[in-house]
Design a protein around this ligand. Structure first.
Ligand code: CA
Length: 227
């Protein structure tokens, strides 16, 4: 799960980043509205934390641009002033949630989890595909009733596929989602092949009814047995 923090206040941005990284998110940051927009245009994020008062413009203007770009990202507006106007306008412009500063990091995490649960898990605490059940809050995967032993990257990759069943997944997009935006600088994607190879082996050995198929020249697709 990749999150973008658009916040000019250096110390706050770092505190949020460190906290969310501990919560196992991939975190990207932007200190200005322009930098944020540039990243949003180039990459995709599961969730964007958007400050309102930015040095080069208002976060609400950025929200409007996001809407014009038809971006589907979840947005949580974080505003210094507990202004009811910002809140109303932000939500009208398509923000999914609003959090007034100062806030507790645990509260922020709860809001992010709730957004993701609503949008990617249809409100459920687990994601089910075939006989595979994944619990994002616990980072656990079960096949039938047996716990599947996965490393961190294998888990993150599987989570990405589980929320996009039967979708063609571009390997570059997958790499960015699991490793971070900087990964577009690499020469090759051998590191993904290795992780996916191991993940497939583990799924097969545990008799999972889902399969991650390679789509030549493009990337991957996770299919369920009945599809
Ligand atoms: Ca600010």
């Amino acid at each position: 799960m990749k999150i973008l923090i658009i916040e000019d206040e250096h110390s706050l941005r770092e505190v949020i980043q460190r906290f969310l990284e501990k919560e196992r998110y991939v975190v990207e940051v932007a200190a200005t509205s322009q930098e944020g927009l540039r990243k949003i245009a180039m990459y995709s994020y599961e969730c964007i934390l958007l400050d309102i008062m930015l040095p080069d413009g208002n976060g609400l203007a950025l929200l409007q641009q996001l809407k014009n770009m038809h971006k589907q990202e979840n947005v949580i507006v974080i505003s210094a002033k507990d202004s009811i106007d910002d809140k109303v306008e932000g939500l009208e412009l398509g923000a999914d949630d609003y959090l007034a500063k100062p806030f507790h990091l645990a509260e922020l995490n709860a809001r992010i989890k709730s957004l993701i649960r609503r949008n990617q898990q249809q409100g459920e605490s687990s994601i089910v595909q075939g006989n595979v059940k994944l619990f994002p809050d616990k980072y656990e995967v079960y096949i039938e009733n047996s716990l599947l032993d996965l490393n961190r990257k294998e888990y993150d990759i599987l989570l990405y596929f589980m929320t996009r069943p039967n979708h063609l997944i571009d390997k570059a997009i997958l790499a960015e989602a699991v490793w971070g935006d900087h990964i577009d600088q690499v020469d090759n994607y051998d590191f993904i092949y290795a992780q996916i190879k191991n993940l497939r082996k583990k799924l097969k050995k545990a008799e999972a009814s889902i399969e991650i198929k390679a789509i030549y020249g493009f990337g991957y697709k996770m299919t369920t047995e009945d599809k």
